[in-house]
Design a protein around this ligand. Structure first.
Ligand code: AQP
Length: 334
């Protein structure tokens, strides 16, 4: 039986992925490549919705690729590619824009939050249409599942709506995807503000654990995490968001259940928990950091891997796009 298809992407927006990216999405990417026909992309076109120095974008795109490999993606088991290497993303993106209502796009909460912060004049149209390009990213591959964090649920809903709208208006071409969101670590929170998600753009540097940062930097951040009133180490996301966030991180990386951790830390203080989480995080990512640095020494090999991935992605994406154009009445080039 053929394997079910999955697709997901990540922006090369920082010098490093953070713990939220890893636990919310990338950890599942690595697991799912074993059992699924997996397509993963570094969504560099999404990254230019904010202005970025070209040299930095180039560096970040390669660093993202190296990190994904160091975290465990295996090019023999999945197709890893750069979004801009597959032109069909933009082409289907336009088709999807023509199916999306203006009000519908305006209801996307990430757009509302980000545009409110920067103001209308400094918000580019690309940020508004971002979820529509994301819908095209997914639909092109006929993906059944999309492994993402909780913050992406609304975008996946839009993708489903657009796919269904196309299928009922023109022809039944698209597989309607489902968000694949793990319950355990769907949302990792900011260490300094545990009521908000850990995020590249919204968190203060002290609130984010970048997986490529030096071990001592990350240990210090975790040991300075904001905890809650009281003394008990107990999972309760409403009353104890800081402690619950630390327990979630520990559990996701150590594989120990939350209940086991609660027993292990019974009678101990917040300082003990923070120390233990710091150690788990540092030891987990130490080899990832080293391997990333190693891989970055050979950028030619990274671009070769991306080419192989883009070739596989192009074949699937062009096939879908051809069917879409045909169903809509666009005549093929002779
Ligand atoms: N805090 C998080 N908890 C769980 N999952 C998360 N993801 C992001 N933050 C968390 C998931 O990571 C994947 C890649 O996200 P992205 O490409 O949207 O990366 P990003 O936008 O650069 O990540 P940020 O930090 O979340 O950025 P901003 O500040 O722009 O929103 C996705 O699957 C996402 O769900």
């Amino acid at each position: 039986m053929s394997k079910e298809r999955i697709l997901s992407g990540i922006q090369p927006t920082g010098g490093s992925f953070h713990l939220g990216n890893y636990l919310g999405a990338l950890k599942q990417w690595v697991d799912l490549q074993e059992s699924h026909d997996a397509f993963y992309c570094v969504v560099d076109l999404h990254a230019i919705t904010v202005q970025v120095d070209p040299k930095i974008l180039r560096e970040r795109s390669l660093t993202s690729t190296a990190q994904l490999l160091a975290l465990g993606l295996d090019p023999a088991k999945c197709s890893l590619f750069m979004q801009s290497h597959v032109p069909a993303h933009n082409q289907l993106g336009w088709v999807m824009e023509c199916l999306t209502g203006f009000g519908e796009a305006g209801r996307m909460t990430q757009f509302k939050d980000k545009s409110q912060k920067s103001g209308a004049d400094r918000t580019v149209v690309g940020l508004f249409t971002y979820p529509i390009l994301q819908a095209a990213d997914i639909l092109l591959y006929q993906a059944k599942y999309v492994p993402v964090g909780e913050d992406q649920r609304q975008h996946i809903e839009l993708t489903r709506d657009l796919g269904q709208r196309f299928n009922s208006t023109y022809k039944d071409i698209f597989t309607i995807p489902e968000a694949y969101i793990t319950k355990a670590a769907a949302k990792i929170n900011d260490l300094q503000d545990p009521s908000a998600k850990m995020s590249k753009t919204n968190s203060s540097p002290a609130g984010v654990v970048d997986i490529l940062d030096a071990p001592e930097v990350n240990a210090k951040k975790i040991k300075s995490a904001v905890t809650d009133t009281g003394r008990e180490i107990k999972f309760d996301s409403a009353e104890k968001p800081g402690v619950s966030n630390l327990l979630t991180i520990h559990s996701a990386l150590s594989g120990k259940s939350i209940a086991d951790l609660e027993s292990e830390f019974a009678g101990k203080g917040y300082g003990d928990l923070k120390g233990a989480v710091a150690e788990v995080v540092v030891e987990y990512f130490r080899p990832v950091r080293e391997r990333t640095m190693e891989l970055l020494k050979d950028p030619a090999e990274l671009t070769k891997i991306l080419k192989v991935g883009a070739d596989k992605a192009n074949t699937v994406a062009e096939d879908t796009l051809k069917k879409v154009y045909d169903a809509m009445g666009l005549i093929p080039r002779a």
